[in-house]
Design a protein around this ligand. Sequence first.
Ligand SMILES: [Zn+2]
Length: 237
Amino acid sequence: MTDKTSVIKLGNDTTASIKIKRTKRKHTIGISVKDINLIVVSSPNHISDEVIFNILKEKERWIRNKLEYIKKKQSNNKLFKQGEIHPYLGKDYTLQLVKSDNALVEIFDCNLIVSCINTDNELLVRHLLYNWYYNQARKIISERAFIIFSEFNQYSLSVPEISICSMKNKWGQCSARGIIKINKDLIKYDPKCIDYVIIHEFCHLIELNHSKKFYNLLDRHYPAWKSVRSILKAKGH
Ligand SMILES: [Zn+2]
């Protein structure tokens, strides 16, 4: 059998293309949701299309959740146009594009103002804005870390190396060697999210694993950690 594409209806309001790829798999089929309307099924030759469609129907809820997740992720993709909303420290700002020979990003009232030579150049606006976010993240997260670290003086820790960087699936990380990484995207969210991640990683300097001892430390240094963690989980990690 050769590969083929069909359409499946999921619930009342969703249809998606199904691409069935015949592979050397022996028994099981693999399902992956590739895009907002594309589901790829890898299947052994001997499993009929009908059986595959029945399995997909059984997994409808899982597929719909995946499609929803992709849809949400895509709607987060920005176009960097005048009037678009961009978050910073938990507040929404309106993007204002100003034509100018000098490249500059600044905040004024509820506006995030990007001045540059060509405001129609989406890549240029994106580059300037992301650079600004990164610089703000480095400045603000480092300042918070410096202040919060004084609370940890009592444990006689050596000052950790902290880098603010891109992280795909985590908000923060602490290595066994005590090197801490903090996700730069935290700069978009409420400052309490920044504080929580910093404190979480500082607690790892004392207890590397998520043990009972670790959560006792977290309770002591950030009693409201559960509510902040659920905010961050809703943002994706
Ligand atoms: Zn942790």
